[in-house]
Design a protein around this ligand. Structure first.
Ligand SMILES: Cc1cc2nc3c(=O)[nH]c(=O)nc-3n(C[C@H](O)[C@H](O)[C@H](O)COP(=O)(O)O)c2cc1C
Length: 286
């Protein structure tokens, strides 16, 4: 078991978003992912932890219409993915009462991603609820481009958020940042307020004509941005663990992240192209 500043994970490769609430998508929602889960070739057991899709206080549709119109929220190209889901999720209450119990003991692998839409109070409500559960940690998503997070652009608000979150939560806390924010300042505040780790980085902000608005781009081009940010954080005195992830496809990619200063490696998009492969990579990393 690795212990990164109290974040305890059995392996250094973790999955980000790909397992939805931890149990994976059902057949009607995503037959591709469902198939790989059923064959056992894609399994939560292969990873140090699994970060969920972002959960909010109330149930949300986001920009998601229904399972028959994935083209409205996701576009998959050979070296990039655009997504504009906008945090469609079942809300914290159903997540805790219905989704997490389905996982049984595997709940001990879960890092819950939480997001707030209007005020930092929403984070506190969810942190209090999650104190009741034995999850690995909580990730605060302050970096999504598909929702309007302007109240989180103020560094003083972020300081209050991190300080209070640390007081409220008994779990290790992670802050997920993006390339478009003042990530050095945010990470410094996070470190000062005893946040356990930062996650570099969320998808990048781009405008997509086909999806009809700003969306998050995950892609090959993001990797060099993420590596540069990780190096910059280390050069600027960030010593807390860094989860590095953007377009990890090979063991060489993981080595690049490690050389830049990341301790833990997160994979998301690769699950869409080759669902069995992240597990294979994970088992190769010490
Ligand atoms: C379809 C899709 C849905 C995503 N949903 C979320 C989300 O709910 N919360 C979040 O913090 N990041 C979300 N992300 C971002 C990923 O977790 C990840 O940070 C990003 O895609 C970079 O990693 P990658 O290059 O391995 O995909 C999503 C990404 C994709 C492709």
């Amino acid at each position: 078991m690795h212990d990164f500043n109290s974040l305890k994970i059995s392996r250094r490769v973790i999955a980000s978003t790909a397992f939805q609430y931890g149990g994976g998508y059902d057949f009607t929602e995503n037959p591709w992912s469902w198939f790989w889960l059923k064959t056992g070739l894609m399994s939560i057991d292969d990873f140090g932890a699994v970060i969920t899709s972002t959960i909010t206080v109330k149930e949300r549709k986001g920009f998601y219409i229904n399972r028959f119109r994935p083209d409205k929220v996701i576009r998959i190209y050979p070296t990039k993915i655009y997504n504009r889901f906008g945090w469609n999720n079942c809300g914290i209450e159903k997540f805790v009462k219905i989704e997490l119990p389905k996982l049984g003991d595997k709940i001990k692998k879960i890092i819950v991603s939480i997001g707030a839409l209007e005020s930092i109070e929403e984070f506190f409500i969810m942190l209090r609820i999650l104190n009741e559960l034995d999850v690995v940690g909580i990730e605060m998503n302050i970096s999504c481009h598909n929702v309007n997070l302007c109240f989180l652009k103020d560094s003083e608000i972020l300081r209050v958020l991190f300080k209070e979150a640390r007081k409220i939560s008994r779990h290790p806390l992670i802050v997920k940042i993006n390339a478009e924010s003042d990530y050095v300042l945010i990470s410094k505040i996070a470190q000062e307020e005893r946040i356990n780790a930062v996650h570099v980085m969320n998808a990048m902000r781009v405008y997509s004509e086909v999806l009809g608005g700003y969306c998050g781009r995950s892609g090959k081009e993001n990797k060099k941005v993420a590596l540069r940010i990780i190096r910059e954080l280390r050069q600027n005195g960030i010593t807390i663990p860094i989860i590095g992830g953007s377009w990890i496809w090979t063991l060489e990619d993981i080595k690049d992240y490690e050389d830049s200063g990341a301790n833990i490696f997160s994979i998301s998009s690769l699950f869409i192209y080759l669902p069995f492969y992240p597990g294979f990579l994970s088992k190769k990393v010490k």
